[in-house]
Design a protein around this ligand. Structure first.
Ligand code: AMP
Ligand code: ZN
Length: 665
């Protein structure tokens, strides 16, 4: 086999595996084998630049940076859709098109309205050529490099579908991936994203395509645009597109009448809550392409299609009060306190108002009757004000000027939507918030001390920062409310034991803004001690993989603050781990770099925690669930049967504790 043949056959094989996994949701190879083949292809491509192909599966990981997105004029305009909200609206539409076509013989396709960002994919001779956003419908931004990273989008079609065509679809962020992204953000002290739709559309315009590759985006296709008359109906063309490798949802359905359309609508109005992604309605399209052509377009939308919008789950209630919450970083969040009301199965009493701009934009005032809606967000949202119900003497809301707790004047830096209380070391919720973060499970994991006790200890004047914890003694603590000799002892012991917690966790526990668990691990591994980290310059910091400007500046600000310097000095004097231990350093290798492990069952030579630590110390990653990304499963006694079954279907190698030890020695 020539090199060229080898490269082509690897590409083809990897494309097929991608397709099976991301489109058919049916893995046919283990992640480990996939990676080996991908590495092999990468190597061959590197050695043989003549066979470069932007659509090679090796290009899916991104890496290309786009500073300015090119504006591209669409060959075929991307229209909006007319909306309908009731059976009457749909019947009116039916009447209009029947009259227009001079027949009642019309079939429809029903599709869900996928809630994301529209995209136009161009293919030339079976190869992915470009991707452009809808923009204003006439022109959009070229986001090809970013779109290429979405694994369910075919880059090479299995066969000749149509020689030149466009494929229209929606880039979406499925709910599970969205929630996972938000969990990570919250753990890193960042604000969660508001909803999947905005996050999906924001992802398209990221400058670094490698960042896009990390997001669990997907693309659902809904229209083939071509001049060739290969297919007679819309439904048929979508079925064909699916056969050629596009992800066309199986939910699309043919309807012979508006009554059948309504059945589809009613079914999905309920069932949509069980879908893995968001939808806000149904799109009904005339099925015959010939009839579509006859009907044509208005200035804004096709006459042959209409969107049916599901009723948003919205209620009205009275806004009683606006209060302000102070987070551990000092960020202020205004909260709407509502007259309790039923909404989508829960009783809602509070809604987030996000920030001062939002309050101003909505012009929401105390005593107003407001519209409250539950969307993709976890916390309900205020959509607007029912002005007909506003009292004559109502006054515009004046945003808080002082911290609700410590009364320090709030500050707001330019470009930041949030107000902050700058009194970092004197504002109770910031002080207790930082200590609560310090003791939390993922940080110092202090047993015997909970969030409420922290508040109590602070109220009693016993602690002002986390270093003070180590000065506490049993006699001081026993007299506190709900404390007994035993619980006091447990608490002091727990605090003392935290001196053994490794440096990377201490670094996370310090609560430096933007330094979440993963970043803390990176920094600890790279700089190995707090002293080295304190001495690092901005350039030193950003030279570390995945450390950007924002993190670097935050680390520098934190470590040059007098108060923090003193607190860290004290932690050091108590024996808290402020450097990677020698023992740890000695045990660290890169032997498992790039490998993902799942640990399951009971072990004999090491505890599960030790095993996980050994994986990470040797550069590997530990994951809690088995997926295509898993390289090995380390199985002890009594591995769960469902895990076993999943491992077998995905073909992931299962190794024993001994195998693992051999691997790292
Ligand atoms: P609108 O933005 O409300 O005018 O709705 C039109 C948009 O709906 C299109 O640009 C698509 O991005 C989106 N859409 C989502 N699902 C579909 C679908 N099944 N068929 C057509 N358009 C869809
Ligand atoms: Zn304050």
């Amino acid at each position: 086999m020539t090199v060229k043949d080898k490269i082509e056959s690897l590409r083809k094989e990897l494309n097929t595996h991608n397709y099976n996994y991301y489109v058919l949701d049916n893995a046919t190879i283990s992640d480990y084998e996939f990676d080996i083949k991908l590495k092999e292809l990468e190597k061959l491509e590197e050695e043989n630049p003549a066979f470069f192909d932007p659509n090679s599966p090796t290009k899916r990981v991104g890496g290309e940076i786009t500073k300015n997105f090119n504006t591209i004029t669409h060959k075929n305009r991307m229209y909006s859709l007319d909306n309908s909200y009731s059976k009457e609206d749909l019947l009116d539409w039916e009447k209009r098109i029947q009259k227009n076509l001079g027949t009642t013989d019309i079939e429809y396709t029903c599709e869900l309205k996928y809630d994301g960002a529209s995209i136009n994919l161009t293919y030339e001779n079976g190869k992915f050529f470009s991707a452009v956003t809808r923009g204003d419908g006439f022109q959009g931004d070229e986001v090809t490099a970013n779109i290429r990273t979405i694994k369910s989008i075919p880059l090479h079609l299995s066969d000749e579908f149509i020689s030149n065509f466009e494929m229209r679809g929606e880039i979406i962020l499925p709910l599970e991936g969205f929630h996972k992204m938000n969990e990570d953000r919250v753990a890193n002290g960042e604000d969660p994203y508001r909803n999947p739709r905005n996050t999906a559309s924001g992802s398209l315009k990221l400058q670094d395509s490698a960042e896009v590759a990390k997001r669990p985006l997907d693309c659902l296709l809904y229209q083939v645009v071509t001049n060739e008359r290969k297919y007679k109906t819309h439904f048929e063309s979508l079925q064909a597109a699916r056969n050629y490798g596009f992800k066309v949802p199986k939910t699309i359905t043919l309807a012979k009448s508006i009554d059948e359309v309504l059945e589809f609508v009613h079914h999905w109005d309920v069932e949509r809550h069980n879908l893995p992604y968001e939808t806000d309605g149904v799109v009904v399209k005339v099925n015959s392409l010939q009839q579509q052509e006859e009907l044509g377009y208005t200035s804004k939308s096709p006459r042959w299609a209409i969107a049916y919008k599901f009723k948003a789950e919205q209620v009205t209630t009275v806004l009683n009060e606006i209060t302000y919450q102070v987070g551990r970083t000092g960020a202020i969040t205004p909260v709407a306190n509502l007259e309790p009301v039923h909404l989508a199965g829960t009783i809602v009493k509070r809604a987030s108002l996000h920030n001062a701009d939002q309050i101003e934009k909505l012009d929401v005032r105390i005593g107003d009757t407001v519209f409250v809606e539950k969307g993709g967000e976890i916390i309900p949202k205020i959509m607007g004000v029912d002005l007909t119900k506003r009292a004559e003497d109502s006054q515009p809301t004046k945003y808080a000027e002082h911290c609700p707790v410590c009364h320090t004047p709030l500050v707001r830096t330019e470009g930041d939507a949030k107000h902050y209380c700058p009194n970092e070391f004197g504002c109770a919720p910031q002080i207790t918030g930082k200590i609560q973060h310090y003791i939390s499970r993922k940080a110092m994991d202090i047993d015997g001390l909970g969030a409420e006790t922290v508040e109590l200890l602070h109220k009693e004047g016993l602690i002002k920062n986390y270093a003070d914890l180590y000065d506490l003694n049993v006699t001081q603590v026993v007299p506190l409310e709900r404390m007994a000799e035993k619980s006091a002892k447990n608490m002091i012991e727990g605090i003392s034991k935290s001196k053994e917690i490794p440096f990377e966790k201490v670094l996370f526990a310090l609560g430096i803004r933007f330094v979440g668990e993963t970043v803390a691990k990176k920094l600890a591994k790279h700089f190995t001690s707090i002293d080295n980290l304190s001495n690092a310059s901005f350039e030193d910091l950003i030279a570390v993989d995945e450390i950007g400007d924002r993190i670097a500046q935050s680390v520098i600000d934190f470590l040059s603050d007098e108060n923090n310097i003193e607190i860290i000095g004290r932690l050091k004097s108590y024996g808290v781990q402020l450097e990677v231990s020698q023992e740890n350093l000695a045990n660290q290798t890169n032997k498992l770099e790039g490998k993902v492990f799942v640990v399951s069952g009971v072990f004999h030579q090491m505890s599960r925690t030790e095993l996980k630590k050994a994986i990470e110390d040797n550069g590997g990653k530990v994951s809690s669930s088995i997926s295509k990304k898993t390289s090995f499963i380390v199985a002890g006694d009594n591995m769960g049967p469902s895990k076993l079954a999943k491992a077998e279907t995905l073909g992931i190698p299962i190794i024993s504790e001994d195998d693992f030890i051999a691997m790292i020695n």
